[in-house]
Design a protein around this ligand. Structure first.
Ligand code: NAD
Length: 495
């Protein structure tokens, strides 16, 4: 049994995890983790410097170039990665509580969306790896060719604070199975659960240097991205950071996968069951990690004849949500992760008012919560798709309600976005829902629901990203293909 992390008790790590050892950091800077509920320091870890990044890359490089990991048979890697998955599952409650402590994610959401989703990401990737053949002989034009899947190499995994374990699992599971080695740079807001993962990796029997954990801010992150020893950057975060990472990676033609932001649309068709749609939209917006979710359905498109009904039902549902302590199981909406993030959300609420949108519910900070970075679930009505609140990612419990006249206009509005991450269509005619889904340019979509299925490829169209995570397509991102033209005598296939 573990003791739940207490907000009164400081969790402190004094070492970085480099080359399989807990290693003294090269600088004296520390990252302080501040509770978004109490505004008090709850954790402290070393802030990795560029020198520490160099040491971590060197360790990952050695483990890749000379170590056993990439050369093991796939079945052996599956065995070790299964142990990592099982340890994550065994420590799921500890992980959920640690994530909640750091970023204020409501505990019920943390259990499902943070801890168990990370376990599920490992499970679906392990299942995909079980079907994989790393080498296959084909008949080419001039004779036999051996087509190999070779691991891409040293991966820099850079993750955000909103779903820290899931975004890490999405990279680590396929990358480890492929035979890659890792330098993990967690976000400075949420380094503590990455240390727990380092412990798990060490105990699971990963060879030294295969996983290194070096928390830091943007500057050390930028050093890591530009490092010539890194073969691939696997990034989840904002569009702005994604663009600078892609530009930096271009210098060495380092491979990138980018999982970025969203401004996804929920299309309610005129035949939809509005109360069911509203229940789902609540769970896909304000109640999804307090609105701090890349896939949130932040633009709700309502048909003109049913606009008032949707507005009333959504306002009512948002106003009923329990806002408060994320450690309390009755809480649906916790705080924003930082003071700065809350300020950003409040700034957008002001911008929405200035642009002429109507606040239908919320619009401020809760009167009864004077400590902690809370925002009321907020619904804007009379939004047009050209307003900034409809175009930019707010990343908080703020939703825009947009009126449309016919199906073509709804599809046009849904697609009129720089993003293309997620979405939903609500209708009693599932075939019609499918026809509309095919017209929407986003990486994922649900008909009559809000489901991110971790067995299917996940990622963005347009500025929501490049590449896919999860399942077989997630694994593919960690391989390079190598074609070996063979002499006409048969070769030995090793895996
Ligand atoms: P962020 O871009 O500010 O930071 C993400 C990570 O990148 C952090 O670890 C940060 O330290 C690091 N970083 C920032 N700039 C960097 C640079 N130039 N070089 C190297 N590292 C750098 O994002 P955030 O505020 O932590 O997270 C929220 C964002 O993440 C939102 O836009 C959200 O939509 C997105 N997100 C996307 C997905 C997805 O799968 N598509 C999932 C979760 C979050």
């Amino acid at each position: 049994m573990h003791a739940p992390p207490s907000r009164a008790q400081l969790i402190e790590h004094r070492a970085l995890f480099i080359d399989g050892q807990w290693t003294e950091p090269s600088g004296a800077d520390v990252i302080e983790v501040v509770s978004p509920v109490t505004e008090q320091v709850v954790g402290r870890v070393p802030h990795a410097t560029p020198d520490d990044m160099d040491r971590a890359v060197a360790a990952a490089r050695r483990a890749f170039d000379d170590g056993p990991w990439p050369r093991l048979p796939l079945a052996d890697r599956i065995e070790v990665v299964t142990r990592v998955r099982d340890a994550l599952a065994a420590r799921r409650e500890e992980i959920a509580e640690l994530v909640t402590l750091q970023n204020g994610s409501p505990i019920t959401w943390s259990r499902a969306g943070q801890a168990m989703s990370a376990v599920a990401a490992f499970s679906t990737t392990l299942a995909a790896a079980a079907d994989l053949r790393l080498e296959e002989e084909r008949q080419g034009l001039g004779g036999p060719v051996l087509v190999r899947r070779a691991p891409v190499g040293v991966v820099a995994a850079i993750t955000p604070w909103n779903v820290p374990q899931l975004t890490l699992a999405a990279k680590l599971a396929p990358g480890l199975l492929a035979g890659c080695t890792f330098v993990i740079k967690p976000s400075p807001e949420t380094p503590l659960d990455a240390f727990l993962l380092a412990e798990i990796c060490a105990e699971a029997g990963l060879p030294d240097g295969v996983v290194n954990v070096v928390p830091a801010g943007r500057e050390s992150g930028a050093h890591l991205v530009a490092h010539p020893g890194v073969d691939k950057v696997a990034f989840t975060g904002s569009v702005a950071a994604g663009k600078s990472i892609m530009a930096a990676a271009a210098q060495n033609l380092t491979r990138v996968s980018l999982e970025l932001g969203g401004k996804s649309a929920a299309l309610i068709l005129e035949d939809a069951d509005v109360s069911a749609a509203v229940r789902t939209i609540v769970s896909g917006t304000c109640a999804a990690n307090s609105g701090q979710a890349c896939v949130a359905l932040t633009r709700v498109l309502a048909p003109a004849p049913r606009y008032d009904e949707v507005a009333a039902a959504l306002s009512d549902a948002f106003a009923r949500l329990n806002v408060g302590d994320p450690a309390d199981e009755r809480t649906a909406v916790g705080p924003m992760v930082t003071w700065r993030q809350r300020q950003r959300v409040l700034d957008y609420i002001r911008i929405g008012r200035d642009e002429g949108a109507t606040v239908l519910t919320g619009g401020s900070v809760p009167a009864d919560l004077d400590t902690g970075w809370f925002v009321q679930p907020t619904l804007f009505g009379d939004v047009t798709n050209d307003m900034r609140i409809a175009r930019e990612e707010i990343f908080g419990p703020v939703v825009c309600l947009i009126r449309y006249d016919d199906e073509d206009e709804a599809v046009r509005i849904a697609n009129d976005s720089a993003f293309g991450l997620s979405g939903a269509v609500f209708t009693t005619d599932v075939d019609r829902g499918m026809r509309i889904a095919r017209r929407i340019r986003t990486g994922t979509l649900t008909v009559n629901g809000f489901r991110l299925d971790l067995a299917a490829p996940f990622g963005g169209f347009k500025q929501s990203g490049i590449g896919r995570e999860f399942g077989a397509e997630g694994l593919a991102g960690y391989f390079e293909y190598q074609s070996v033209a063979l002499p006409k005598t048969p070769a030995t296939i090793t895996d």
